[in-house]
Design a protein around this ligand. Structure first.
Ligand SMILES: NC(=O)c1ccc[n+]([C@@H]2O[C@H](COP(=O)([O-])OP(=O)(O)OC[C@H]3O[C@@H](n4cnc5c(N)ncnc54)[C@H](OP(=O)(O)O)[C@@H]3O)[C@@H](O)[C@H]2O)c1
Length: 357
């Protein structure tokens, strides 16, 4: 497999690479890359055949969108690149302010029509283009009715300002309801789900993955390396000083749990057997999961990017995949296991009946 192994994102004609270049690091201060570093990452991804670039209005206060726009313009690649950006988080207030008593414009976030139009115009200006290929709702606001979201985004598709839309960080039922409404009304529907998915984050398998399949949406994992945890560069006894997850950072240390260290031990074993890096094995594992179309890779440096792109060539043996599956499996309750082989056998008199697809 290589980055030119293009595939359709969901039930759509949008054709993308198996790895999408995440640009949350572009211009992002301490844990990010400056303009020259970001450009080197962008160029290496493009040289490897990558055609899919993901940014957001909120990344580095808009700088990420500006860098991406500039790089696309410099390289004359607008027609070749699938450009994705996002709306939803509120840029009028420091998102890292926590509980500090600081307020901003309530209409500078969320999925209401008023904010979507404002956010899109601002993104188009920053990127320097007149259309977005894939417009993501970055996060559901918990308030806006699905009907308003489908109406607003569908209108933007019809107006030619965006080519497709999709949802990130939303309940599975919301995406499924949007897909259903869109089908019934014969209007544009969501084509993908962007969700945290990795060996240390598998909760989406219960609801999101089946909903994505049923609704014609491709799965795009974010943080496939758990923000860097699955590179193996953090040590259980000392997690300081090695990357984004250590010390003072905006991502916290939630990845440093006993369970995750055990997953990492097995990941390292498999990496040693293959003579590869744990990051490459972790990426290969997530890319092979059901419903996954394109996986977001994030890099702070060129060497990280090139190492991660090489994961497209990795083949896990059945035994290696099983060991990784088993150590990282979530127990889940009864509802999460409704589609398990055991329940299927209870229903079909002991037969392993396969559904379609
Ligand atoms: N929709 C959402 O809510 C959401 C949320 C998060 C991210 N995203 C998207 O997903 C993309 C990827 O997410 P992510 O950056 O969290 O992914 P990730 O792959 O889990 O983490 C990437 C980070 O891990 C470290 N790293 C990566 N490759 C490495 C290597 N080979 N060796 C050592 N360290 C390595 C780097 O950080 P350090 O060097 O600083 O350790 C890098 O910035 C983002 O750019 C963004 O586009 C979306």
């Amino acid at each position: 497999m290589s980055l030119t192994n293009y595939r359709a994102l969901g039930r759509s004609g949008l054709v993308v690479s198996p790895l999408c270049l995440g640009t949350m690091t572009f211009g992002a201060g301490d844990w990010g890359a400056d303009e020259a570093g970001s450009r080197a990452i962008f160029d290496a991804y493009r040289d490897a055949g990558g055609n899919f670039v993901d940014t957001a209005d909120i990344y580095a206060g808009g700088l990420s969108e500006e860098f991406v726009g500039k790089f696309i313009k410099d390289t004359g690649s607008r027609d070749e690149i699938v450009l994705a950006t996002k709306f939803g988080f509120n840029g009028s207030r420091n998102p890292l302010a926590g509980n500090q008593p600081q307020t901003g414009n309530a209409h500078a976030g969320g999925a209401g029509a008023k904010n979507i139009h404002r956010a899109l115009e601002a993104s188009l200006r920053r990127v320097g283009t007149d259309y977005i290929d894939l417009y993501w709702m970055h996060i559901w606001d918990g308030v806006t009715p699905v009907e308003e979201i489908v109406q607003t985004l569908g209108d933007l598709v019809r107006a030619g300002k965006i080519r497709h839309y999709a949802f990130s960080d939303m309940p599975a039922w919301l995406a499924m309801k949007a897909a259903t409404i869109a089908t019934e009304r014969r209007v544009p529907g969501p084509i993908a789900m962007q969700v945290e998915y990795s060996l240390v984050a598998r909760d989406v398998e219960a609801e999101h993955v089946p909903a994505a399949r049923e609704g014609g949406m491709g799965i795009m994992p974010w943080s496939p390396l758990g923000g860097g945890f699955l590179t193996g560069k953090y040590k259980r006894e000392d997690t300081s000083g090695t990357g984004r997850l250590s010390g003072a950072n905006p991502f916290g240390d939630s990845k440093f749990s006993d369970r995750n260290w055990e997953i990492l031990d097995v990941l390292k074993e498999v990496a040693a057997e293959q003579g590869l890096l744990p990051a490459q094995i972790a990426l290969a594992w997530v890319m092979a999961q059901r419903g996954v179309v394109s996986t977001l890779i994030g890099a702070r440096s060129l060497s990280q990017l090139t190492g991660n792109v090489a994961a497209t060539e990795v083949k896990l043996t059945g035994d290696q995949a099983n060991r990784l599956d088993q150590i990282s499996a979530l127990a889940g309750g009864f509802s999460a296991n409704l589609t398990s082989p055991m329940i299927r056998r209870m229903v079909y008199g002991g037969h392993d009946v396969k559904g379609w697809g």
